[in-house]
Design a protein around this ligand. Structure first.
Ligand SMILES: Cc1ncc(COP(=O)(O)O)c(C=O)c1O
Length: 467
């Protein structure tokens, strides 16, 4: 065969083919992806808030990857720190009375970020692993105090806490339970603080907040307070649909946990690292959690890393028990990941990314979202908190403003497809379009992101004969 006749393999076709032939990607319908769609989109390049795919399409990343790229893509400093750490010490573990310098340096930095309120940290590689660490730590805490019967956990319906068997059991999303024999025994779910979704006719935010908090107390009493280990919740529920609780909800829930001496834990995997306008979202309500789960923004997603932060009063029991805590991962406190996370935090501090976002971009984001979408005939509710937003689509805004589409989720997927056509990445949770852009987004980029999303929502409305 002459040289010119050698078929030039198109990269996209090749990679899609490999995806179909060899890759079982997370949370996908394999039949649709492999048999109907011929493989996933291949993302190849990134800079700032922009992504490109292997076909040369460009997108504004309205989701910061998977809710994680706080400082934007393409920061050389992180690449350099990773390379240097790989040269110096690419790996060592923290088992058997050894550890590494970046591991303990990061532990100190994280403790300082909490103002010393959560001074201890247990490292993992992701938000799901954290949940196993948290559950084991909470059960260990009670067991070494002679209360092994305290092993129940209370969380909320619609919550997402990760995807291992334990993390998915903590979560309250039914599709993550079906087929898997979940939730495991000992995991219980209560009403989430989702006013638009679950408030009774005429029930105010405050009344509903009280009722949702009461659901936590009712569950504690139903199970028996002496059998409950801990309550866990995301301050603002992210993957559950950006559910912003009424302002009275969290102080009430914390008080209830304290009343029954139940460990109080917050999942800040999405909320942490400036996402809500503070370093950690629980600060908005002055909460004093016993545990805090961190991941994603801890390294801006550049490397896999997670951390369970632990309050002094809990750590004291673990330490004074005199027993070994038989739990840990090969990559707990991985030096390269810790060095990158430390530099990520230093960049956020040097450039005042959290403060700038909170003072300038977050109010601008909230205002633009309301102005552009609140009166749209397809939009039932616009919710936002800091850098998290949901635009909930409904079929009959005028007639029955809180009725949802049936079946749920198809309109969201349709709108997401229009988003991609218009060069913006937004995620559909049921029929809510979600935004969570990198915290370094500029006003100009935000205007562009929202214009593209507006076009996608208009196209969706037209297709449904709503516009
Ligand atoms: C609140 C929360 N917890 C835990 C997780 C799971 O984290 P990972 O995917 O890193 O295991 C997620 C992921 O989105 C999350 O949103």
């Amino acid at each position: 065969m002459a040289v010119t006749e050698v078929p030039v393999r198109n990269s996209t076709a090749r990679w899609k083919g490999l995806d179909v032939a060899h890759h079982l990607a997370p949370q996908n319908n394999y039949h649709d992806l492999k048999r109907k769609e011929g493989g996933a989109r291949i993302i190849t390049e990134s800079k700032g808030v922009w992504l490109s795919d292997s076909d040369g399409n460009r997108f504004i990343d309205g989701m910061a990857g998977l809710w994680c790229v706080q400082i934007g893509y393409g920061r050389e400093e992180l690449a350099e720190v990773a390379a240097q750490q790989m040269r110096d010490l690419p790996y060592y573990n923290s088992f058997f009375k050894t550890t590494t310098a970046p591991t303990v340096e990061l532990a100190e930095a994280l403790s300082e970020l909490t103002g010393g309120k959560l001074p201890y940290v247990f490292f993992g590689s992701g938000g799901s692993e954290n949940k196993d660490s948290f559950v084991r730590m909470a059960r260990f805490y009670w067991s070494v105090q002679g209360k092994p019967e305290r092993k129940n956990f209370i969380t909320r319906d619609l919550a997402y806490h990760g995807s291992t068997q334990v993390a998915a059991s903590l979560g309250g999303l039914r599709p993550l339970h079906t087929h898997f024999g979940l939730p495991l025994e000992g995991f219980h779910h209560v009403l989430p603080p989702y006013h638009f979704g679950f408030a009774n006719e005429g029930e105010s935010e405050e009344e509903f907040g009280k009722r949702a908090a009461q659901a936590v107390e009712d569950k504690i009493l139903e199970l028996g307070p002496d059998t409950v280990a801990a309550f866990l919740g995301e301050p603002i529920m992210g993957a559950g649909g950006v559910l912003v609780p009424p302002s009275n909800y969290w102080p009430l829930v914390e008080k209830i946990c304290r009343k029954y001496d139940i460990l109080f834990a917050v999942d800040e995997v999405i909320n942490g690292f400036g996402r809500t306008g503070r370093w950690f979202a629980h600060e908005h309500w002055n909460l004093q959690p016993d545990f805090m789960s961190l991941a994603k923004g801890i390294s801006s997603g550049y490397v896999p890393l997670s951390a369970v932060m632990v309050a002094d009063r809990v750590a004291k029991v673990l330490i004074d028990s005199g027993e070994a805590f038989m739990h840990g991962y090969t990559y707990s406190g991985h030096p390269v990941c810790c060095a990158v996370a430390l530099e990520n935090i230093r960049i956020m501090q040097r450039e005042s990314i959290v403060e700038t976002f909170a003072e300038d971009m977050a109010p601008y984001f909230a205002r633009c979202l309301q102005e552009r979408f609140a009166d749209h005939p397809l939009v039932g509710e616009v919710r936002s908190f800091g850098g998290l937003a949901a635009i909930e689509l409904v079929p009959d805004k005028k007639g029955e403003p809180r009725r949802r589409f049936s079946p749920m989720g198809e309109v969201g997927v349709l709108c997401r497809t229009y988003c991609l056509k218009n060069g913006v990445i937004s995620r559909a949770v049921r029929d809510s379009m979600i935004l969570c852009p990198p915290l370094v987004i500029t006003r100009e980029e935000m205007d562009e992101m929202l214009s593209r999303l507006a076009k996608a929502i208009d196209s969706t409305a037209k297709e449904l004969n709503i516009l």
